[in-house]
Design a protein around this ligand. Structure first.
Ligand SMILES: [Zn+2]
Length: 375
């Protein structure tokens, strides 16, 4: 198979479940993509990431272009071979991270000039250079180069930025060309303004992409405002293409977004939290640093099948975390990624069986009940 195909197997309300089929393997949707910023999901071996149930990873163009460099990765056989992950990889365009370097960059119609946070060297990113870098990396799903304005911003600023992103989307499409087996996703912008989200979706659909991301959310607007946008924004995008909500999110963000028709997610939260002692469980977030765990022989979650829960106590995880031992990051990251993938599997199963509302209610009730009472 040399084409990427999206197949919807079942629907429940606005939610969908199915698969995005690629030459490197199938991505079951709704899907969560762990973030492998610098060609590694921190504290995890690639085979361990796969064992949690991940079908696809995300890599960051900005970080990889600066270090080790896209040409070097290409000479070494591409990102899959370089990092020992043979399944699909999605790369972002670098735009979001460059834009967050507010005082280290200069934005023009052509693109963005910026200084590297690694060595201060000057670099230039544009739709054309971003497509070339993502091609050199060997990414399966390539993201169009866009601008995401920092919020809060006026509607006028958001509109101007969105229209620039739509011109860049057309340039990204031209520069990407025809690459069988690789997909290009466009990114809807428009902040929290319905008319701008609609205008952006129309512009992207006219250009034509293999999938569509919803960008510019989860940037500090809060869950209520984000869900407000997701009540209409996915509906402006083509029904038969995957919809990807970038940078989201917490488990309850994901459940709410799936119910509003989103198919793909990525977020650093489960891996980053694993290194800061925040543990995601079906009973909500557990802080392993808390002294209440010091004498607790029970697992984090007795129903979880991950190595941290099968073979270690809360007391041990508390101890190795407090001692700064590397195994704490390894075990807690594994558990968090496992929890996220179990959540996605639960959502997929619930949609397939038409019981998503009951699943979401059970999810909320378990979280509301809170962690196990202390011993
Ligand atoms: Zn676990």
């Amino acid at each position: 198979m040399d084409r990427i195909e999206f197949h919807i197997a079942a629907r429940d309300g606005r939610a969908r479940t199915g698969a995005l089929r690629t030459p490197r393997g199938e991505i079951r949707t709704p899907a969560f993509m762990p973030v492998g910023t610098a060609a590694t999901v921190k504290a995890m071996l690639p085979e361990s990431v796969r064992a949690t149930g991940a079908d696809i990873l995300l890599g960051n163009t900005y970080h990889l272009m600066l270090r080790p460099g896209a040409e070097r990765v290409a000479r070494l056989g591409g990102l899959h071979a370089f990092m020992n992950w043979d399944r699909p990889i999605l790369t972002d365009s670098g735009g979001f991270q460059v834009m967050s370097l507010a005082d280290l960059r200069k934005l023009t119609e052509e693109g963005v000039t910026f200084r590297s946070h690694v060595d201060g060297a000057r670099h230039f990113l544009s739709p054309e250079t971003s497509m070339e870098i993502q091609r050199l990396l060997g990414s399966d799903i390539v993201m169009a180069f866009d601008e995401c304005p920092a919020l809060p911003a006026t509607e006028e600023t958001v509109a101007k930025s969105m229209r620039l992103s739509m011109r860049w989307a057309a340039r990204s499409r031209d520069a990407f060309g025809d690459r069988p087996g690789h997909a290009l996703f466009g990114i809807q912008q428009g902040g929290v303004t319905r008319e701008l989200r609609e205008e952006s979706a129309e512009a992207l659909t006219a250009i034509g992409f293999d999938g569509y991301a919803i960008g510019g959310l989860a940037v500090g607007e809060g869950q209520e405002a984000m869900f407000g946008v997701l009540d209409y924004a996915p509906g402006f995008l083509p029904e038969d293409r995957p919809r990807y909500l970038m940078g989201v999110g917490k488990p309850d963000d994901i459940v709410g977004a799936v119910m509003r028709g989103v198919d793909m997610f990525d977020c650093v939260l489960p891996s980053r939290s694993g290194r800061t002692g925040q543990v995601f469980t079906r009973r909500g977030v557990v802080n392993i640093k808390n002294a209440r765990h010091a004498d607790d022989p029970r697992p984090l979650d007795e129903t979880c099948g991950c190595p941290a829960c099968r073979s270690y106590s809360r007391a041990y995880l508390h101890h190795v975390f407090k001692s700064g031992e590397i195994i704490a990051s390894m075990l807690l990251t594994w558990h968090n990624l496992h929890y996220y993938q179990e959540l996605m599997a639960g959502l997929r199963g619930a949609i397939a069986e038409g019981r998503l509302a009951a699943f979401a209610a059970g999810f909320a009730a378990e979280r509301a009940a809170g962690d196990l009472p202390p011993l």
